[in-house]
Design a protein around this ligand. Structure first.
Ligand code: KOT
Length: 837
C-alpha cells in the first residue's frame, strides 16, 4: 500500500464493501474509508486517521441496520419508548459496536493483515463524557439493552459541547480540565439540520379567544432559540435492531439572527448567537450548590421542549390523531431533570394543539413514568418560583393549575389535613417559594420507581410517603442492571472468552443467567488456575497503566482492593483511608506483623465546588505518597489514585479487582451499579446493607460477601437517639490514633491544619457515621485478608460471584420496565428487513 490511491478493485463479485462482514470486506472498506473520508493513505495517516477509518467502517454497517429498523418501526407504527435523560455516559463506541455487530474477531484479523495495531486504534477514541456517573451510565446501559431486546426506543438528551471535566492530579489535588471531546470530530453522530425546533424563554402570557370563541392562553416569549438534532445509532447485541439516541444542540434561531443583521445590529446578532449556543455548551457537574443555576433550568427546558415537539411531529407523521399519543409513546423520566416535559407536553397540547385540559392531562399522565435515583435531600430538585416565572411563565401557570386539580383531590381524600396539603403541594412555601420537581414528576406520571429494593422501600416510606398513601398502586421497584457487553465483553475480553467456552458460545451475553454454568467449575483446580490467570493478567495490565500514568508501582500478587466511584462523603472513601492508615500503623508498630499484601486503588472525580470531596482526594494522595515511599512498608501495601475515572478507565479497573469497596452509609446509595460491574468480573464485595448490595449479597450468597456495618434501620435508630461521633473517637484508641496521625502533619509535610476540616467534621458531626462503622469495617477487612490467603477458597468465591450475577444484567431491568411499566413488546428487525415470526 505505497501508492496514494485506493487499490484496484478485483473483477470477481464480492461482498459489498460498505456492508460486508468478512475480513476481506472489512479490509477493503477500511482502506476506502481512509482514502475517501479521511483523504489519507497509510504512510501519512495519523493514529487518529486510522481510528476514524475504523469508526466509519463500523458506522456503515450500523447505518444499514438503522435504516432497516427505522423503516420497520415507521411502517408498523411501533409503540416506542422515549427515554428522557439529561445525561448519557456512553463510553467509547468502536469496540462495543464491533462486538454488537459480531465482527470483533474479523476486524482484529483485518487489522493484523493491514499491519495495524488494533489496540492502539481503539485507544485513540475520545469517549463522550456526557454524564456525571451512575445516572448517566445507567442511561447508556439501558439504551444498549433496549436495542438488544428489540424494543423500539429513542433516547433524548443534550449534546453538550463540553462533557464532564477531565481530571488531572497535581501535587495530590484534583485539577479540572475542560473536556473538548468534539475537537477531532465525532464519527458516530449524524447532524440533522432539518430536524430543529424553536425553544422559547421569558416574556409573558396573554389570553385570547380562539376561532370557536373559547378562551385560550398564548405565550409571548422574550427570546427564541432553536435546537438541532444530532443522531447516534445504538445497535443491540446479536440483533439487527438499531435505536436512536437523539441529542439536541442549541443554536440561534435563524430568523432572529437575520433580523438583527438586517437592521444593522451586527453585534446584537452575534450576542444572540452566543447566548443561544451557551445553552448546550456544558454539562453541569453533580453535587454543586444549586444557587444561580439559571442556565441549568434553561438546559432542562431546552431539551425537553425539543424532545416533546419531536415526539408530536413523529406522531402526526405516522399515527395521526394526538388523542392516541400515549398509545404510540411512553416517556421515562430519568430522575427529575426532564420533569418539565410534563408541563411542556401540557402546553403543546393545550396552547398549540388546542386540546381541552381534561384530555390533555389524561394523555400526559398516561405518557410519563418517573424513576427516582436519590434520597439525598440536597439532590432533590426545586426551582425558585421567581426564576420559573421569569424564564417559563406559561409553564408556571400550567404547574399552578396542575397543583390546583391535584390538591383538590388531596383535600377530598385526606379531609381537613392542611399539613399534608402543604407537604404535598407542587410549590414549597417554607422560605423562598419553590417548585418541587419530584412532586411534579409523581403527579404527572402513572408509574414511579426506585432503583433497588431498599431504595424503593425508602422512597415509599420517606420522601414520597404522602404520595404513596394516596396512590400506592403507582409505586414500584426496578433494580438497576448493567450491560454485560460493555462490562464483561469489552472490558474483560479474556473473561468473556472463558465464559463463552463454558457456555458454548456468546449467547450468555444476551442471557446472563447462563453465567450459572460457571458454578460447576468453581472447585475444579484446573479451572480455578485459569480463572486466576485471567485475573492476574488484568492486574498486570492495570499495574502497567498505573506505572506510566500515576507513577506508582503495584505488584499483581497483592490483593487489589478498589474503590472507584464519585468522591462523596456518603460513599465514605474516608472510611477506606482510615483502614489504610490502620494497616500502616500496624506495620510501623511491628515490622514483622503478618500483613496480607494489598494494593489500595481509588478512582473518582469530585465536583469542582465540593471542597470536602476535593480534600479527600488530596488526603488519599498524601497517604499514598508517605506509604509508598516508606522503606519500613517495603511494598507490602501500596496506595494508588487512578486519575480521570471515566468509562474507558473504569474498563481497566473492574477486571483487575479482587475486592470491591461498596461501603456507603446504609440508606444513602440508591442502588450503585459499580458494585454489579465489579462482582460480574469476579471481585468479592466488602459492603454495607445499602442499595443493590443487599440484592447482590442475596444472589451470590452471604458466605461469598464481606458484610459489615449498621443497616438502614439501625442508622435511623442511632440518628433518632442522638449520634455523638466524639464518643467513638474517645473510646476507641486505634480510631483515635488513626485520626490523630492525619492531624499530626505526617501526611502534609508537617502542616497540622490541612486536613482539619475533614477530621473535625468526622469527630464533631460525622453525618455519614464513618466512626460508628469503623470497628466493624476493620473486622471485615481482617476477615478479607485471612480469606485471601486461602487461594482456592477465594477463587471459588470469586467464580461464584460472577456465576450468580445474571440478575444484574440491564437486559433483565429493561425487560421489567417493558413488561410492567411501559407495556411494550419487542419488535425484532430481521436481517432481510421483515419481522421475526
Ligand atoms: C443526581 C442529581 C439529582 C438526582 C439524582 C442524581 C444521581 C443519582 N446521579 N447519580 N445517581 C446515581 O444513580 C445510579 C443509577 O440509578 C444509582 O445506582 C446511584 O446509587 C445513584 O447515586
Amino acid at each position: 500500500m505505497s501508492k496514494a490511491h485506493p487499490p484496484k478493485q478485483p473483477c470477481e463479485p464480492r461482498e459489498p464493501t460498505r456492508t460486508g462482514m468478512s475480513k476481506e470486506a472489512l479490509k477493503q472498506a477500511y482502506i476506502d474509508n481512509l482514502f475517501f473520508i479521511q483523504g489519507r493513505f497509510r504512510e501519512v495517516a495519523t493514529p487518529h486517521d486510522l481510528y476514524m477509518a475504523a469508526a466509519y467502517t463500523a458506522r456503515d454497517r450500523l447505518l444499514e441496520r438503522w435504516v432497516r429498523s427505522a423503516q420497520l418501526f415507521k411502517s408498523s407504527h411501533a409503540r416506542t419508548v422515549c427515554y428522557l435523560s439529561a445525561e448519557y455516559l456512553l463510553g467509547p463506541h468502536l469496540a462495543k459496536t464491533l462486538i454488537n455487530l459480531g465482527i470483533s474477531q474479523a476486524a482484529r484479523e483485518a487489522a493484523e493483515d493491514l499491519e495495524l495495531d488494533f489496540t492502539t486504534v481503539l485507544e485513540e477514541e475520545e469517549e463522550p463524557g456526557l454524564g456525571n456517573g451512575g445516572l448517566g451510565r445507567l442511561a447508556a446501559c439501558y439504551m444498549d439493552s433496549l436495542a438488544t431486546l428489540g424494543i423500539p426506543a429513542i433516547g433524548y438528551g443534550i449534546r453538550y459541547e463540553f462533557g464532564i471535566f477531565d481530571q488531572r492530579i497535581e501535587d495530590g489535588w484534583q485539577v479540572e480540565v475542560s473536556d473538548n471531546w468534539l475537537r477531532n470530530g465525532n464519527p458516530w453522530e449524524i447532524p440533522r439540520p432539518k430536524i430543529c425546533f424553536p425553544v422559547c424563554y421569558g416574556g409573558d402570557t396573554e389570553r385570547y379567544r380562539d376561532a370557536d370563541g373559547q378562551w385560550r392562553t398564548r405565550w409571548v416569549p422574550a427570546m427564541v432559540i432553536q435546537g438541532m438534532a444530532y443522531d447516534t445509532p445504538i445497535l443491540g447485541f446479536g440483533t439487527d435492531n438499531v435505536n436512536l439516541l437523539r441529542l439536541w444542540k442549541s443554536e440561534a434561531a435563524e430568523s432572529l439572527d437575520f433580523q438583527a443583521f438586517n437592521i444593522g445590529d451586527y453585534y446584537g446578532a452575534v450576542h444572540a448567537k452566543i447566548e443561544a449556543e451557551t445553552i448546550s455548551k456544558i454539562l453541569y457537574p453533580n453535587d454543586e450548590p444549586e444557587a444561580g443555576k439559571e442556565l441549568r433550568l434553561k438546559q432542562q427546558y431546552f431539551f425537553v421542549s425539543c424532545s416533546m415537539q419531536d415526539m408530536i411531529r413523529l406522531h402526526l407523521n405516522t399515527v395521526g390523531p394526538l388523542e392516541q399519543f400515549d398509545q404510540k409513546f411512553v416517556a421515562q423520566l430519568n430522575d427529575t431533570h426532564p420533569a418539565l416535559a410534563i408541563a411542556e407536553l401540557m402546553r403543546l397540547l393545550l396552547d398549540e394543539h388546542l386540546m381541552d385540559w381534561e384530555q390533555a392531562w389524561g394523555i400526559t399522565h398516561r405518557t410519563f413514568c418517573y424513576t427516582n435515583h436519590t434520597l439525598l435531600p440536597e439532590a432533590l430538585e426545586t426551582w425558585p418560583v421567581a426564576l420559573f416565572e421569569r424564564l417559563l411563565p406559561r409553564h408556571l401557570e400550567i404547574i399552578y393549575e396542575i397543583n390546583q386539580h391535584f390538591l383538590d383531590q388531596v383535600r377530598v381524600r385526606f379531609f381537613a389535613d392542611d399539613a399534608r396539603v402543604a407537604r404535598m403541594s407542587l410549590i414549597g412555601e417554607d422560605g423562598e417559594r419553590r417548585v418541587r420537581m419530584a412532586h411534579l414528576a409523581v403527579v404527572g406520571s402513572h408509574q414511579v420507581n426506585g432503583v433497588a429494593e431498599l431504595h424503593s422501600e425508602l422512597v415509599r416510606t420517606t420522601i414520597l410517603r404522602d404520595f404513596h398513601d394516596l396512590w400506592p398502586e403507582r409505586f414500584t421497584n426496578v433494580t438497576n442492571g448493567v450491560s454485560p457487553r460493555r462490562f464483561i465483553m469489552v472490558s474483560n475480553p479474556r473473561l468473556g472468552r472463558l465464559i463463552s467456552e463454558v457456555c458454548g458460545g456468546t449467547g450468555w451475553a444476551r442471557d446472563l443467567e447462563q453465567l450459572r454454568r460457571l458454578e460447576e467449575h468453581a472447585d475444579d483446580p484446573a479451572f480455578q488456575a485459569r480463572w486466576r490467570e485471567i485475573k492476574t493478567a488484568a492486574k498486570r495490565d492495570l499495574t502497567e497503566w498505573l506505572r506510566t500514568r500515576a507513577d506508582v508501582d503495584l505488584d499483581p500478587a497483592q490483593l487489589f482492593d478498589i474503590q472507584a466511584k464519585r468522591i462523596h462523603e456518603y460513599k465514605r472513601q474516608h472510611l477506606n483511608v482510615l483502614h489504610i492508615i490502620r494497616t500502616y500503623q500496624r506495620i510501623k508498630q511491628d515490622p514483622n506483623h503478618d500483613i496480607t499484601p494489598r494494593a489500595f486503588i481509588f478512582g473518582g472525580k469530585a465536583a469542582p465546588g465540593y471542597f470536602t470531596a476535593k480534600l479527600l482526594i488530596k488526603l488519599i494522595n498524601a497517604v499514598a505518597e508517605v506509604i509508598n515511599h516508606d522503606p519500613a512498608v517495603n511494598g507490602t501495601i501500596r496506595v494508588a489514585f487512578m486519575p480521570d475515572f471515566n468509562v474507558k478507565n473504569a474498563q481497566r479497573l473492574y477486571p483487575a479487582a479482587d475486592l470491591s469497596e461498596q461501603i456507603s452509609l446504609a440508606g444513602k446509595e440508591a442502588s450503585g451499579t459499580g458494585n454489579m460491574k465489579f462482582s460480574m468480573n469476579g471481585a468479592l464485595t466488602i459492603g454495607t446493607l445499602d442499595g443493590a448490595n443487599i440484592e447482590i449479597r442475596r444472589a451470590v450468597g452471604a458466605e461469598n460477601f464481606f458484610l459489615f456495618g449498621m443497616d438502614a434501620a439501625a442508622v435511623a435508630r442511632r440518628q433518632a437517639e442522638g449520634y455523638h461521633p466524639w464518643e467513638h473517637y474517645h473510646d476507641d484508641p486505634e480510631l483515635r490514633a488513626d485520626i490523630d496521625l492525619i492531624n499530626s502533619g505526617l501526611f502534609s509535610h508537617g502542616d497540622t491544619s490541612l486536613f482539619r476540616p475533614l477530621t473535625d467534621q468526622l469527630i464533631n458531626h460525622d453525618p455519614f457515621m464513618v466512626l460508628a462503622d469503623y470497628r466493624a469495617y476493620l473486622e471485615a477487612q481482617d476477615h478479607v485478608s485471612d480469606v485471601y490467603r486461602d487461594s482456592a477458597r477465594w477463587t471459588r468465591m470469586s467464580i461464584l460471584n460472577a456465576a450468580r450475577m445474571g440478575r444484574f444484567s440491564s437486559d433483565r431491568a429493561i425487560h421489567e420496565y417493558a413488561e410492567r411499566i411501559w407495556k411494550i413488546a419487542p419488535m425484532p428487525v430481521e436481517p432481510d428487513g421483515g419481522t421475526a415470526t
